[in-house]
Design a binder for this molecule. Structure first.
Ligand SMILES: [Zn+2]
Ligand SMILES: [Zn+2]
Length: 169
């Protein structure tokens, strides 16, 4: 299998696979939750292996709810971190720190596991960064996935860096 076929298959699971994944759910209160009730999973923050009940719901796909990647305890800890970071944050600018689009509802971004303010982001950038792992490695994996030519990545890095740096002056 060549690289592109592999990439396609990895990204576009067959309809049968999708239906199967959606069928495996259990009921919590009145919600359908992805996975079996006695499944265990790892919290991506504290690394504890916990039962599904230790995770709160996130978004839903055709009525079946997904669960957050981090447990309830880590979620509430994180919310507390954000509230402290908010007190030291500079006033909201009118543009997102990453995409530079004008946005009225900027969200506070902080360094996870700390109370350190990192920046004001639009909702799309905040969610996107989080989904990519909220770290440099995750974002770079995305870059390498999009572009196989290392020199091109470096060239683009310099261009984007200069553009973003110029804004801070
Ligand atoms: Zn946790
Ligand atoms: Zn943005």
């Amino acid at each position: 299998m060549d690289y592109y076929t592999w990439k396609m298959r990895r990204n576009y699971p067959t309809a049968r696979k999708r239906r199967k994944a959606n069928k495996e759910f259990h009921i919590r209160g009145e919600l359908k939750i992805k996975g079996k009730k006695d499944d265990m999973r790892e919290c991506k923050v504290c690394r504890k292996i916990l039962p599904l009940i230790a995770f709160t719901t996130y978004g839903s796909d055709r009525g079946v709810y997904d669960l957050r990647k981090y447990c309830r305890e880590c979620h509430s800890k994180q919310r507390a971190e954000v509230e402290i970071a908010r007190k030291t944050a500079p006033p909201k600018p009118d543009r997102c720190a990453r995409c530079h689009k004008k946005e009225e509802k900027l969200q506070l971004d902080h360094i996870h596991g700390s109370t350190t303010f990192r920046g004001w982001l639009c909702g799309t950038c905040n969610t996107g960064m989080g989904k990519l792992g909220d770290n440099l490695e995750g974002v770079l994996q995305g870059a390498i996935y999009l572009e196989n030519d290392e020199n091109k990545i470096i060239e683009t890095l310099h261009k984007v860096f200069n553009e973003m740096f110029a804004r801070t002056r």
